[in-house]
Design a protein around this ligand. Structure first.
Ligand SMILES: NC(=O)c1ccc[n+]([C@@H]2O[C@H](COP(=O)([O-])OP(=O)(O)OC[C@H]3O[C@@H](n4cnc5c(N)ncnc54)[C@H](OP(=O)(O)O)[C@@H]3O)[C@@H](O)[C@H]2O)c1
Length: 271
């Protein structure tokens, strides 16, 4: 897909951060955009921003409340959206959460909720929408993270969910090719969003030390790379030079990543 004009896009987690930036960019490119997340008030505020980026009165914009972690909610809300707006050309699964903590402080409930939102959320959305998308083809982007290829201190539940998203997406990509549906996975680095601010509250000191030297991207820059990735049909979309370099080193010289992270952890634990 090279052009988003007149395309219909569904974005979960489209009311904030990376999802909202992507929605605005798509609206500016002539797409109709339907966003889905839990809090209706936040959806309404986001919708005003998205609408103001639109190009023509023909474009449709709407926000619908749904909890991606709840299969029944996803089925009901997406079924209503399909009837009202039609089958999406593009599905962006961006809803997600992160509460970094020491392994010993991650409760069963936190692990369960992280998996249900980040991983099952994507499963739920795809399992309801893919059967409809098969007839016309399209694009699916599942939002993982750099922690979907790199395990980092403090992210046992989050990283497990994001690695799983990469695996799920790779299988899906292979299976959906014959229906002309391309599947990509977005792996952003630290990105300046409301979600990132929340994430910083619970970060262990060692996690802070590891991420201290990493550049933080803007959500607009990440959204731009996401859309470029769709245009180029890239499977693994890694925004920013640092992210791409980290991916390369992790694949070919993983000991370097271990050395850098271990040294930051040791220094923090000593002090
Ligand atoms: N920011 C980063 O540094 C970073 C880095 C790598 C990857 N990511 C990933 O990028 C995605 C977006 O992150 P962000 O930083 O932009 O987060 P954000 O600003 O917190 O936005 C998250 C969005 O997801 C929605 N959401 C959360 N839980 C949901 C649920 N159960 N059902 C439906 N919607 C839900 C939120 O709305 P409601 O709360 O109203 O539901 C909101 O619209 C996430 O998957 C995150 O893991 C972020």
């Amino acid at each position: 897909m090279k052009d988003f004009k007149d395309k219909l896009v569904y974005i979960t987690g489209g009311s904030s951060g990376i999802g909202l930036s992507t929605a605005k960019l798509l609206a500016a490119g002539g797409a109709s955009v339907i966003i889905f997340s839990r809090r209706q008030q936040v959806l309404d505020e986001a919708l005003k921003q998205i609408q103001s980026c639109g190009l023509s009165a023909k474009q449709k914009f709407a926000g619908r409340s749904l909890d991606v972690s709840k299969r029944d909610s996803v089925e009901a809300v997406f079924s209503a959206a399909l009837a009202e707006f039609g089958v999406p050309d593009v599905l962006i699964n961006c809803a997600g959460r992160a509460y970094p903590r020491y392994f010993g402080d991650i409760t069963y409930q936190q692990f369960d909720e992280t998996m249900k939102t980040n991983l099952y959320g994507i499963w739920n959305a795809c399992s309801v929408l893919v059967p409809h998308m098969k007839a016309k083809g399209g694009v699916i982007v599942n939002v993982a993270s750099m922690l979907g290829f790199l395990g980092v201190f403090g992210y046992c539940d989050y990283s497990a969910s994001k690695f799983a998203i990469v695996g799920l997406s790779e299988c899906l990509k292979s299976e959906l090719k014959k229906y002309n549906i391309s599947v990509s996975v977005l792996c952003p680095p630290d990105t300046d969003t409301p979600g990132f601010a929340t994430e910083n509250i619970t970060k262990p000191a060692e996690t802070r030390a590891i991420s201290a030297s990493a550049k933080i991207m803007s959500s607009d820059a990440v959204a731009k790379e996401l859309l470029d990735g769709i245009r180029k049909n890239t499977f693994m979309i890694i925004p920013g030079f640092d992210g791409k370099l980290t991916y390369f080193i992790k694949r070919h010289m993983p000991f370097i990543i271990d050395m850098v992270m271990d040294s930051a952890i040791k220094k923090t634990q000593k002090s």
